[in-house]
Design a protein around this ligand. Structure first.
Ligand SMILES: Cc1cc2nc3c(=O)[nH]c(=O)nc-3n(C[C@H](O)[C@H](O)[C@H](O)COP(=O)(O)OP(=O)(O)OC[C@H]3O[C@@H](n4cnc5c(N)ncnc54)[C@H](O)[C@@H]3O)c2cc1C
Length: 383
């Protein structure tokens, strides 16, 4: 199943799977998720992609994706691995100042600090070119920034130390707006966050943020204010690859439960798994998950080799394939268990909502199809 991976990758899968097995059955409670986060941090699994000089494992997103997939397959995924350390760790390691690296990377690596990621806005959604969160230099000449904006659906703010906010500055010469990234510590005066009530049974909550001219030190800006989209995409490719890993883990978890059930549940002569109407969709779900994993591995490899453009296309396709494979695997798993698919005891019904997340976030199925239509196939745009 994992023959395309190195011996180190296989060893990592086995070790993380063993950690997951110890936490199995603790799915979706904040306390259990926190305990797993701390243990995984101590064991070095949260920091596998952080550079060694900052206390990490010196690997890449390929390794971090293995960690998330295996925890998900054990039924105890860590959603915040999708943002901290993958997006924020990658962006800071690549574009941060020495001071930002010293301040954040060791904590992101051992899990003692968490940085969330905020790009989505109520009026922009899928169209991030429309974001209006704006930064301007404080008029007092201190070099500080004043940041104003609103964000929605930002995961994990309550347990984070800071959020990496995507905003824009205004070019003094042309007046054009340019994307840029700010580290906003959670206790910054005026930084307000309110939980959004979600129909999701998950340990991690989503938040609405609002801030009006909050004052940030000059050192809150990550990288170059004129770098444009490059720095942003350096974080978005890992986010998509990790979202694919999240979906793969959940799909494997659901499928394993269904296969286990189908092997033994007998209402006629043979166990229900002998009926092709049950066996074939499960086999199909397995094939689709395997194919999605292949694309996820490709995307991670391209990203880790520094091919941002190649990784962009592959990461989008991997996220699409994994989200679709997961949604179908969960659907078939619930169906395989009959009435038990909807009981709390078997814990599968809650995955129906959870499996929808990867279809919507961090970029929806339709926006990926748009990307492939335009970028890969060269078809014209409708918007
Ligand atoms: C559980 C969860 C966690 C999240 N965590 C974070 C986070 O930590 N940080 C963060 O920044 N964001 C986060 N998000 C937000 C997520 O990235 C957005 O929900 C997503 O990008 C879609 O934006 P939207 O909800 O505004 O949908 P909209 O943009 O309003 O889209 C609604 C629907 O219209 C479709 N659509 C839109 N435009 C087009 C088009 N041109 N062509 C075809 N179809 C189109 C979409 O595909 C979608 O189906 C999270 C969301 C969820 C559900």
């Amino acid at each position: 199943m994992t023959s395309l991976e190195t011996d180190e990758h296989r060893a990592l899968r086995t070790a993380v799977a063993a950690l997951g097995a110890r936490h199995r059955g603790t799915f979706f409670t904040p306390e259990a998720t926190d305990a797993l986060w701390r243990e995984a941090g101590k064991l070095g699994y949260l920091g596998v992609s952080v550079p060694e000089e900052y206390g990490g494992g010196g690997g890449g997103i390929a390794e971090l994706a293995i960690v998330l997939e295996e925890l998900g397959a054990a039924g105890c995924p860590l959603l915040l691995l999708v943002v901290s350390p993958s997006i924020t760790g990658t962006v800071i390691a690549r574009f941060g100042t020495d001071e930002q690296k010293r301040q954040w990377l060791p904590g992101l690596a051992d899990g003692s600090r968490i940085m969330t990621f905020g790009i989505t806005e109520p009026g922009a959604g899928s169209n991030s070119h429309r974001i209006t969160t704006t930064a301007r230099r404080a008029p007092d000449g201190s070099g500080d920034w004043l940041l104003t904006g609103r964000k929605v659906f930002i995961s994990g703010v309550d347990v984070s130390d800071a959020t990496l906010i995507v905003g824009r500055t205004e070019d003094a010469r042309t007046g054009k707006l340019k994307p840029c990234l700010f580290i906003v510590e959670r206790d910054t005066p005026g930084f307000e966050y309110r939980p959004i009530e979600m129909e999701l049974n998950a340990a991690e909550k989503q938040f609405e943020l609002s801030f009006d001219d909050i004052r940030l030190p000059a050192g809150a800006l990550v990288g170059d204010e004129n770098a444009g989209l490059l720095q942003l995409f350096a974080g978005l490719n890992p986010e998509r690859i990790m979202s694919a890993a999240f979906a793969l883990g959940m799909g494997r978890h659901a499928l394993a439960k269904a296969v286990d059930y189908a092997r033994t549940r007998t209402v006629w002569k043979e166990p229900i798994g002998a009926h092709q109407a049950i066996a074939h969709p499960l086999a199909q779900a397995h094939i689709e998950l395997e194919l999605a994993r292949l694309m996820t591995q490709k995307a991670a490899r391209l990203h880790d080799e520094g091919d941002d453009t190649g990784a962009g296309e592959a990461a989008n396709m991997a996220k699409y394939a994994a989200a679709e494979a997961n949604a179908r695997a969960v659907d078939q798993a619930v169906h395989t268990l009959g009435g038990n698919g909807l009981t709390k005891e078997y814990g599968l019904a809650q995955l129906i909502t959870a499996s929808r997340v990867a279809r919507i976030a961090p970029v929806s199925r339709e926006m990926i199809l748009n990307y492939v239509s335009h970028q890969t196939l060269g078809l014209p745009k409708s918007y």
